[in-house]
Design a protein around this ligand. Structure first.
Ligand code: AP5
Ligand code: ZN
Length: 217
């Protein structure tokens, strides 16, 4: 399957993407994680991305699209993928359509995770991520690691993301409403959007997502 995951910051896209990718045997491709991996390796791309991410703004389309394209062309993505955080505006959605058209493939669904603003703010405030791999995500109360400050998966140190400060979260939410939400209408016009509630326990949301995707299969 080829799936795009969309939803506000903190809705649980990364959490659900990890679980869905495993269940559906497709790679989880997160542009946020790819940028964070570049930041920790201190690459030129990482340095550029960090300045935009810390301000809560989108990284410019040109570099984002090139990075996403490169990742989607890796052999493990040949038979499907789950995109998390890409596309994030209409021009990225158009670029993705163009890429898929060139390859002669199509998206199966755009899974839209809905969560109210007060909930996503709470989820972000308590989020802790792993220094070694930002796809290892925890929450101080909703999903605490066995040992405080230590990643259950790899033993890495847990920290609070630089862009999870209150002011930056407010900016990211604004950017989501103005720039990312319009892609939902863009994909509705293609009949691809499946909306589910992101409320409830992590496992419940995964079950809901799998049910909704089955109907689209
Ligand atoms: P990105 O990393 O994509 O961040 P985001 O979209 O803001 O989403 P988050 O990672 O904040 O949240 P999430 O929905 O994945 O939630 P999570 O599962 O962690 O992007 C960061 C930045 O990179 C952007 O601002 C931009 O600058 C740049 N960028 C990335 N892609 C780009 C693009 N395409 N173009 C341009 N720039 C781009 O969950 C949140 C917390 O809640 C966790 O602690 C989790 O444990 C907890 N939780 C999850 N589910 C539940 C539940 N059901 N109940 C209780 N707690 C839960
Ligand atoms: Zn880890």
């Amino acid at each position: 399957m080829r799936i795009v995951l969309v939803g506000p910051p903190g809705a649980g896209k990364g959490t659900q993407a990890t679980r869905l990718a495993e269940k559906l045997s497709i790679p989880h491709i997160s542009t946020g994680d790819l940028f964070r991996a570049n930041i920790s390796r201190q690459t030129e791309l990482g340095k550029l991305a960090k300045s935009y991410m810390d301000a809560g703004n989108l990284v410019p389309d040109e570099v984002t699209i090139a990075m996403a394209k490169d990742r989607m062309e890796q052999p493990d993505a040949e038979n499907g993928f789950l995109l998390d955080g890409f596309p994030r505006n209409v021009s990225q959605a158009e670029a993705l359509d163009e890429l898929l058209r060139t390859e002669g493939i199509q998206l199966d669904a755009v899974l839209d995770l809905e969560a109210p603003e007060d909930e996503v703010v709470k989820r972000i405030a308590g989020r802790r991520v792993c220094r070694k791999d930002s796809a290892h995500v925890f929450h101080v109360t909703y999903g605490a690691p066995k040992q405080e400050g230590v990643c259950d998966v790899c033993g890495g140190e847990l920290y609070q993301r630089d862009d999870d400060s209150e002011g930056t979260v407010r900016k990211r939410l604004e950017v989501y409403h103005t720039q990312t939400e319009p892609i939902i209408d863009y994909y509705k016009a293609q009949g691809l959007v499946v909306t589910i509630s992101a409320m409830g326990a992590v496992g419940e949301v995964t079950g809901r997502a799998l049910e909704a995707l089955k109907r689209e299969d």
